[in-house]
Design a protein around this ligand. Structure first.
Ligand SMILES: *[C@@H]1O[C@H](CO)[C@@H](O)[C@H](O)[C@H]1NC(C)=O
Length: 541
């Protein structure tokens, strides 16, 4: 890594007079000894970086007039300008003594988005700097080039151990570094693409907690040209008071080379449970049991059909225990199997469904999660696919909580004929598939009158207040402007040497998949919202 300290920089800082301004830009030079500079009134000042801040370049400009316009420039090995920013920047706050950390050639560091109504009380965790979604942070990873290349060349190897990497997160006002994190490829379906998702685990024991979010994923959105479906889904869950991971877009570089534009989310592990399902409380000291369901084995789905009381009765590829909780090591599925047994024995025609289930399950969290799965047409989710969800036994509440995850396959992103149907049909068709009923949906939402009524109430309110074009379109438009250049940058990256699929998206696909069909995706995001928002009220008449 380059470290270019200009002698005398400290002296300059010390002697700073009233009109001194520190300029800060994030960028990767084209050459090893290249650098960045700032041009103010035609005068060039080179910027410097350090081992502890790269790729952030800074300089204190003595006597700079904060009201002067400025431009960052890229310098070659000899210090000559090889590229200039296309626009003139201005410091917006009059008294500013320093600029925010600005990204080279990105005109707007911050964005504001039309807010979504808080339809039901917020259950979002305490905010974390990791998830400031009004700006695009830069993630700078360093790893042994050969080991990293080997990992990327073999993405389907799910058993591969995480590799060591250096980590740095830079946004407008923050530089966060961790000397050693564990890095690996993440996901299942996404491993089949040239562009990969990554998982990063911080060394919590050493105090590297990354703003209280020590296990994160950088999701590739490889099959999703708008990069927005997952973010909109999370926004909607937040708006209706359902617990979920937060998300923010980031730019990722590995060993100074572009890696991609990704969605930073939390991994569903115990730190997430503590922050999001116990509101950050230190109690209970021991978290409850946590299970992950996946349907990546052909023909098997995490439907919660009772298959016996023993752990051996459950395919570990479909049902896996992620935190032991009150179970023994020998029978990690025991507690969850007991829940599935309850569900199997439940007679949905009985009265008192809400009361019965509320003592066993956070019905509110489950129904709200299902409202979104239905509205967004989440064909790869729990309701349709027995996939992409977790169940957590919350010991404080002594009941189960549903945890939705991985929302890229939504808003008509595939399997349209299955999901573009009224909700009752979406539920009833689960019953028709032999051995693949999904009893938590079919018994509670479909067959139990009382819970069904509650579900319809949430469905109706969600469509009226948030899941409609009047509310979501302005936010989509703001996102479109905010990430357009990032999407174009991502699509321009050469990943031809990686194995896997490349859907060959272009910036046209990015825009077009918001408003209409593109290859492989039948509806655009906005028409899909329109379809559900107009169809649901008809269903509920
Ligand atoms: C249920 O049990 C059968 C037979 O023991 C097994 O083949 C199957 O994988 C189990 N199903 C799941 C989803 O674990």
């Amino acid at each position: 890594m380059r470290s270019l300290i200009i002698p005398g920089l400290l002296a300059l800082v010390a002697s700073s007079a009233l009109a001194d301004v520190v300029y800060n830009v994030i960028g990767y030079p084209d050459t090893d000894k290249g650098a960045f500079g700032v041009v103010i009134n035609n005068k060039l000042t080179p910027l410097t970086t350090t081992e502890a801040t790269f790729p952030l370049w800074s300089a204190n400009v003595v006597g700079a007039n904060p009201s002067s316009g400025y431009r960052y420039v890229k310098l070659n090995d000899q210090g000559a300008i090889v590229d200039k920013e296309k626009f003139l920047r201005r410091i917006t706050t009059v008294k500013a003594r320093n600029t925010p950390n600005e990204f080279y050639q990105r005109q707007n560091t911050f964005a504001t988005f039309p807010s979504l109504p808080q339809v039901y009380p917020s259950v979002r965790p305490k905010s974390s700097k990791a998830f400031d979604d009004t700006q695009i942070a830069t993630i700078h990873l360093t790893a042994d080039p050969a080991i990293f290349a080997d990992m990327v060349a073999n993405p389907l190897d799910e058993e591969r151990k995480a590799i060591k990497a250096g980590f740095r997160f830079i946004n407008a006002d923050t530089v966060y570094s961790a000397a050693e994190v564990k890095l690996k490829v993440s996901g299942h379906g996404s491993r089949k693409f040239k562009k990969l998702s990554l998982r990063i685990k911080f060394n919590d024991d050493k105090g590297d907690t990354f703003f209280d979010r020590p296990i994160i994923k950088l999701r590739s959105q490889s099959s999703e040209p708008t990069f927005m479906r997952e973010k909109l889904y999370i926004d909607s869950l937040n708006a209706i008071g359902a617990r979920t991971t937060q998300a923010a877009w980031v730019r990722v570089y590995v060993n100074n080379k572009p890696f991609g534009f990704h969605l930073l989310v939390e991994d569903i592990e115990t730190p997430f449970i503590r922050t999001t399902f116990h509101d950050g409380s230190a109690e209970p000291k021991e978290l409850g049991s946590l299970y992950q369901m996946g349907s990546h084995v052909i023909g098997e789905e995490g439907t919660m059909i009772y298959n016996g009381s023993l752990t051996a009765n459950y395919n570990p590829e479909v049902y896996s225990n992620k935190n032991l909780g009150a179970n023994t090591k020998d029978e990690p599925i025991a507690q969850f199997a007991a829940f599935m047994k309850d569900l199997a024995e439940y007679d949905p025609t009985l009265a008192g469904g809400m009361k019965f289930w509320n003592t066993r399950l956070d019905v509110d969290q489950f129904l709200k999660s299902m409202v979104l799965e239905y509205l967004a047409g989440a064909w790869d989710g729990s309701w349709w696919k027995g996939n992409n969800y977790f169940m957590y036994f919350n010991p404080t509440q002594a009941r189960w909580q549903f945890i939705p995850t991985d929302f890229d396959s939504t808003f008509s992103d595939g399997n349209l004929a299955d999901v573009a149907v009224p909700y009752k049909q979406f539920a009833a068709s689960r019953l028709r598939r032999k051995g693949k009923d999904h009893p938590l949906v079919t018994k509670l939402i479909y067959k139990n009158k009382e819970i069904s009524k509650e579900f319809e109430k949430f469905l109706k309110t969600t469509v009226e207040k948030v899941f409609n074009n009047a509310v979501l379109d302005p936010r989509i438009a703001a996102y479109e402007k905010f990430i357009e250049a990032e999407a174009a940058w991502d699509f321009s990256l050469d990943r031809s040497k990686n194995p896997g699929k490349d859907p060959k998206y272009t910036i046209a696909t990015f825009h077009n998949s918001l408003t209409g069909p593109v290859t492989g995706i039948t509806y655009g995001v906005k028409p899909w919202i329109n379809y559900r928002a107009t169809d649901v009220p008809k269903q509920l008449k």
